[in-house]
Design a protein around this ligand. Structure first.
Ligand code: PXP
Length: 251
């Protein structure tokens, strides 16, 4: 029997909608509380350098007010490391960040940026904050996470989800095989394996069948669906999709 698969809900896009008008509504902290009440296992928020959605005050309020673990997504810059150390979240997820991108478009180049990432990984480890690296499911990146001493990786599922959405089944099969092999390889090296980016009900159900994966982090689809169905129902339907998938997992 595979272990329980956790659902982390990313509330960034509640803040995106709020910021479109300024002011305080809709509040990402309120969304986080509703998602927790609906049964998610943690909340993720990304404090970007340009503060385009989540703001410093949101992160502080999330930490103070939510009753489930907070996963602080961030670029490994001096500014963000300082804020995250002061916030003391349950976990940080280090991601690449470019001002011009619409979202986190590619995985972190952990293999090519070891010298840059090492002090941040060390600082969080010393502070007792679990570190995850958001990387592509490539052996070199996974091995770099081990070398850096990060206990967790989050596999970037964006290319797979894009291929599925485009109906490009050949590319989707290639990306899926990379994810499957990467999850297996990483778990074999002793890493905890998470996954996320672009997941919807169908892809979450599919990936939930990989027993090596311990957590999915999902934002855009959940917040988009919540416009039609409400956040409570959407989180519950996502949970159900993940549970259906996990039942198919063969350890
Ligand atoms: N995990 C990480 C590390 C991310 O950067 C993102 C996007 O912010 C997600 C998960 C969630 O992706 P999506 O919003 O497409 O579900």
């Amino acid at each position: 029997m595979a272990d329980f698969l956790r659902l982390g809900v990313n509330v960034d896009h509640v803040a995106t909608v709020r910021n479109a008008r300024g002011g305080r509504h809709p509040d990402p902290v309120h969304a986080a509380k509703l998602a927790i009440a609906a049964g998610c296992d943690g909340i993720t928020a990304h404090l970007r350098e340009d503060r385009r959605h989540i703001r410093d005050d949101d992160m502080a309020r999330l930490k103070a007010e939510i009753t489930k673990p907070l996963n602080f997504e961030m670029a490994a810059t001096d500014e963000m490391v300082k804020i995250a150390l002061a916030t003391k979240p349950h976990a940080v997820c280090l991601v690449p960040e470019k001002r011009t991108e619409r979202t986190t478009e590619g995985g972190l180049d952990a293999a090519g940026q070891k010298a840059h990432l090492r002090p941040a990984v060390q600082a969080f480890t010393d502070a007792g904050i679990r570190v995850s690296l958001f990387i592509a499911a490539q052996h070199a990146q996974i091995e770099a996470a081990v070398e850096l001493g990060a206990p967790v990786i989050e596999i970037h599922t964006g290319a797979w989800c894009d291929a599925l959405a485009d109906g490009n089944t050949a590319q989707a099969a290639i990306e899926w095989n990379l994810i499957k092999a990467g999850a297996h390889f990483a778990k074999g090296l002793g890493l905890e394996v998470h996954a996320g980016h672009g997941l919807d009900y169908a892809s979450a159900e599919t990936i939930a069948a990989l027993p090596q994966i311990a957590e999915l982090n999902i934002g855009h689809f959940i917040m988009g669906e919540a416009i039609f169905d409400g956040l409570d129902k959407t989180v519950k339907l996502m949970r159900a999709a993940m549970d259906r998938g996990r039942k198919k997992a063969v350890s």
